[in-house]
Design a protein around this ligand. Structure first.
Ligand code: 5RP
Length: 231
């Protein structure tokens, strides 16, 4: 990836984040996403808080919790809330039905619980994240380590080729102390069906297919934004 395209992506992430934070109101409980795009939203929210906005954040990862705390955002644990007003998070891929692949950063489980608690789930993305069909990005699957071999076999019955995510020479360990299995299903014809099938596998804590959880996607395109809503 050249420097110019990284700069363009960062601009697109930033303009999308600026647009997304406009949905936050005083006294809202706000889900805070994880990843390089969500980072821009957290920085924008911190700026609003410095200027007097009163919100409480619910982080989707340890990394986001540390970042938000360092920027002065007050946090709540997800067990302390019954609903979240608005969440701003990123995605690895999205389609026009607003289905997503998430979990490139390994935070998919907490991201999914936060999304499920959220009234308005806003996904922000650079333009490269939009796809016709999900699946070029491998679906992250969070697996309880002792069930790894079983889960890999079950994934292959669904025509998925799973690879344990590594960090250097050792498996990447999620915030919940599990493995992430990046799984290639090819292009996904029916995300809802695959999502349901993955939910049936014992040993799978969560997977990165997010179906019917998103309210809007705000995509940066150069210095402009394009908004995709449910239809
Ligand atoms: C982390 C995620 C991220 O939202 C996703 O990986 C996108 O990351 P980035 O904004 O860095 O491209 O799901 O688990």
């Amino acid at each position: 990836m050249d420097i110019q395209s990284t700069e363009t992506k960062d601009l697109e992430k930033q303009v999308a984040a600026r647009e997304a934070v406009k949905f936050i109101k005083n006294n809202d409980i706000v889900g805070l996403g994880t990843g390089s795009t969500a980072y821009f939203a957290i920085v924008e929210i911190a700026e609003l808080v410095r200027n007097g906005l009163k919100i409480k954040g619910v982080p989707t990862s340890e990394h986001t919790a540390a970042l938000a705390t360092s920027l002065g955002i007050e946090l709540l644990d997800m067990n302390e809330v019954n609903t979240i007003d608005v969440t701003i998070d990123g995605a690895d891929e999205f389609d026009e039905q607003l289905n997503l692949i998430k979990g490139g950063g390994g935070a998919l489980f907490r991201e999914k619980i936060v999304a499920s608690l959220t009234k308005k789930e806003i996904i922000i993305a650079d333009a490269a994240k939009k796809v016709e069909k999900l699946g070029a990005f491998r679906v992250p699957v969070e697996v309880v380590p002792l069930a790894l071999n079983y889960v890999l076999q079950e994934l292959s019955k669904l025509n998925g080729v799973g690879t344990v995510r590594m960090k250097g020479n050792v498996p990447f360990i999620s915030d919940n102390h599990n493995y992430i299995v990046d799984t290639d299903f090819g292009l996904i014809e029916n995300a809802a069906f695959l999502s349901g099938s993955l939910n049936q596998i014992d040993g799978v804590l969560a997977h990165g297919l997010f179906v019917n959880l998103t309210s809007i996607v705000i995509m940066g395109k150069g210095s402009e934004t394009v908004t995709y809503a449910k239809h």
